[in-house]
Design a protein around this ligand. Structure first.
Ligand code: ADP
Ligand code: ZN
Length: 653
């Protein structure tokens, strides 16, 4: 048994392992196939460099970037470890010499570019080389769904199987794959396409505890601009936007506020981009407003604030972008300005036809592939939206997504953990009603059905839920608000959601205690409607939609009635139409008008659409009460309108 910590100290001068490193090193030494998922800069490479020093034979390291290879080889040589690289920038003589040296056993770590594996000559030479381990760095390159697909990575599985083992046990060398890309799809692809056999999967190091995570719901662009200026203040900052135009707008907003800001995106000339990069690097420029195309060029350690003015396309993009904050270990804040309307921009970016904007030149995608890729991107976007909407710990939400076991809830340093507060008596009563509802329904239903049961939407219920003692118990509330409370109860550990597709709700032991009144001391993030509308019933039982203040303000007075709890200041606002509903209604009206070959206003007037979007009817009776909806319209369009409204406020908010 080698003392790996002693070796760590002797060869690398480090006194202890970072999270995950010891597990990876051990699994690699044990000869297992390994998949290590760790962010860049977390000390991933040590996971194969240290074992390479402790095992007989040469360790092959496949790496896609020549510059990366050079850096690592130089660094190893500096530490007195023999390492070399094989890639297309070398003369064939040099390559021959390197291979001969490797065969003589003079090279511990041999870095190889993936395209080498397309060379028969190289493969022949490789067959005689005693290989300790086959390392695949940047292993996501094997996956088309990663961001950097390299077709040559597909050859690695066979190459590793053909390699001669340095322990004399024939052919087939253990593979250890390393990546910083943690999506489930990419992980599955790596295991599958590299042929990892019962791999040890180690995920670690994603937590960035010095970055405070925040989500700020905003009602529109004006609020966004105000908040942006506030959040940047006099801090060194990066601002991310979904489009070039939004990046420009953000930069202009900050300039107007007197700050040194510039936009940075692919639409600029090379010279202009370099100028911005250099200015930011030197400190002359305080803020860069970039699209995600914001390359790897800028890496100041002292970025204190990262603001996303639009929702990013995925959690991995988001986490990578905010990862540029606080590299010096000092406190930093990452804020997502969250307006559901921005999701449309993202959906558009996914769905638009591209002749492969992502630039995978050697791949030809047929339409099935394109469809699959879009589907995956939509799925990633959904996860991002779920993050923005989450009532639970934001950090834990991200770390769970990456599979990092460091996820502990509450983290105490995110916007939601900061908003956890003890439930007051009226709020506790609401929570107990919800918990009872889940219990009475037999813990067999999902959120949607439980909420419908509690508000008494009989039409949407299976028979068994229509006559419970809890049916209609929260009849004055909107189902969407009840759903948010269910989420909050789940984030507070009172309710469990099943992992399968049914997402059925059940009570945790703590949930049972709270339901029974045995436990009163509950910490919970009060659900606030996290975007433009807050929906509540007015005193006359009609729905009103109110703009909702930023959630800091919503903490103030609580009356305990759900609608009020969700933001007691709501009552002071004017009822406003929900834009998403107006838009959906407009689109529907247009297609309906075309179908019937009439003018749109013949179907419904604009003001009727607005009235619908303001009152958000839940039933035919609600809808009938809307001005401009007579009996004829009701019977012709009622169903279509109600289901459109329902799907938007239950799914899209
Ligand atoms: P990655 O390959 O994940 O991008 P590196 O392997 O380049 O990251 O490591 C990043 C930095 O962390 C390097 O400076 C490295 O020396 C340092 N490092 C790695 N492991 C440790 C450790 N156990 N203790 C202290 N520093 C470490
Ligand atoms: Zn938290």
């Amino acid at each position: 048994m080698v003392d790996v910590v002693a070796a760590l100290h002797r060869h690398f001068g480090h006194t202890s392992f970072r999270p995950g490193q010891a597990d990876v090193v051990q699994a690699v030494l044990d000869g297992r196939d390994v998949l290590a998922v760790m962010p860049t800069g977390s000390g991933k490479s040590l996971g194969f460099q240290l074992p390479a020093l402790l095992l007989p034979g040469t360790t092959l390291v496949v790496s896609p970037l020549i510059s990366l290879m050079k850096d690592q080889v130089d660094e190893l040589e500096r530490r007195g470890i023999s390492a070399a690289a094989l890639h297309s920038m070398l003369t064939s003589d040099t390559r021959q010499e390197t291979l001969s040296a490797a065969r003589r056993g003079e090279i511990r770590l041999l870095y190889v570019a993936p395209e080498r594996f397309a060379s028969d000559h190289f493969l022949r030479v490789l067959r005689d080389l005693p290989v300790a381990r086959f390392i695949v760095d940047e292993a996501h390159c094997v996956s088309e769904w990663g961001h950097d697909f390299r077709p040559d990575y597909r050859r690695l599985k066979t190459a590793a199987a053909d390699c001669r083992r340095s322990d004399g046990q024939g052919r087939g060398v253990p593979i250890a794959a390393f990546t910083a890309t943690a999506t489930p799809e990419v992980r599955d692809d790596i295991i599958d396409l590299l042929g990892l056999a019962e791999p040890r999967v180690v995920v670690a190091g994603f937590d960035r505890p010095n970055i405070d995570l925040r989500v700020r719901p905003v009602a529109g662009d004006l609020e966004k601009q105000q908040l942006l200026t506030e959040l940047v203040g006099n801090r060194r900052a990066l601002v991310y936007a979904a489009t070039r135009r939004n990046a420009e707008t953000a930069a202009e907003t900050l300039q107007t506020a007197g700050l040194q800001a510039a936009a940075y995106h692919a639409g600029l000339s090379d010279a202009e981009r370099t100028r911005v990069q250099d200015a930011f690097a030197s400190g002359a420029l305080q803020v860069v407003c970039a699209t995600n195309a914001f390359g790897m060029g800028i890496d100041r350690p002292d970025v204190e604030s990262v603001v996303h003015v639009d929702i990013p396309g995925s959690l991995e993009a988001y986490y990578q972008e905010i990862g540029r904050a606080g590299r010096d270990g000092r406190a930093a804040i990452a804020t997502l300005l969250w307006n559901y309307a921005d999701v449309k921009t993202r959906e558009f970016l996914i769905d638009r036809d591209r002749d492969d904007a992502a630039g995978r030149p050697s791949v030809r995608l047929d339409s099935a592939d394109v469809a699959r890729r879009k589907e995956i991107e939509h799925k990633k976007l959904r996860r991002m939206v779920a993050y923005a909407d989450s009532a639970g710990c934001l950090r834990a939400t991200i770390l769970r997504y990456f599979g990092d076991p460091a996820a502990r809830e509450p983290c105490g340093a995110c916007g939601n953990c900061g908003r956890r507060a003890p439930l007051d008596a009226p709020a506790r009563l609401v929570v107990r009603k919800i918990l009872s509802g889940i219990a009475r329904a037999g813990e067999r239903y999902g959120r949607r059905k439980i909420a419908a049961m509690l508000v008494g939407n009989i039409d949407e219920l299976p028979d068994s839920l229509t006559r419970l003692s809890t049916t209609g118990l929260l009849r004055d509330e909107h189902p969407r608000i009840v759903e948010r409370w269910i989420d909050a109860a789940s984030a507070a550990g009172l309710v469990r959601v099943s992992d399968d597709q049914y997402r059925t709700l059940s009570l945790t032991p703590l949930g049972r205690d709270v339901m029974a009144g045995r436990v009163e001391d509950v910490q919970m993030v009060m659900p606030v409607a996290r975007q433009t509308p807050s929906i509540r019933r007015t005193s006359r039982g009609r729905l009103g939609v109110r703009r909702h203040p930023t959630h800091g303000a919503a903490r103030g007075r609580r009356t305990g009635q759900m609608g009020h709890t969700a933001g007691s200041e709501l009552a002071t606002g004017e009822a406003k139409p929900l834009d998403a509903v107006v838009e959906a209604l407009r689109a529907w009206r247009l297609s309906e008008a075309r179908r019937r070959a009439v003018a749109p206003f013949v179907i419904l007037h604009d003001r009727t659409l607005t009235a619908i979007a303001t009152s958000l009817p839940r039933s035919m009776a609600d809808l009938q009460a809307v001005r401009g909806i007579g009996p004829a319209k009701l019977s012709t369009y009622g169903d279509a309108i109600l289901s459109m409204v329902a799907s938007i406020i239950t799914e899209k908010t």
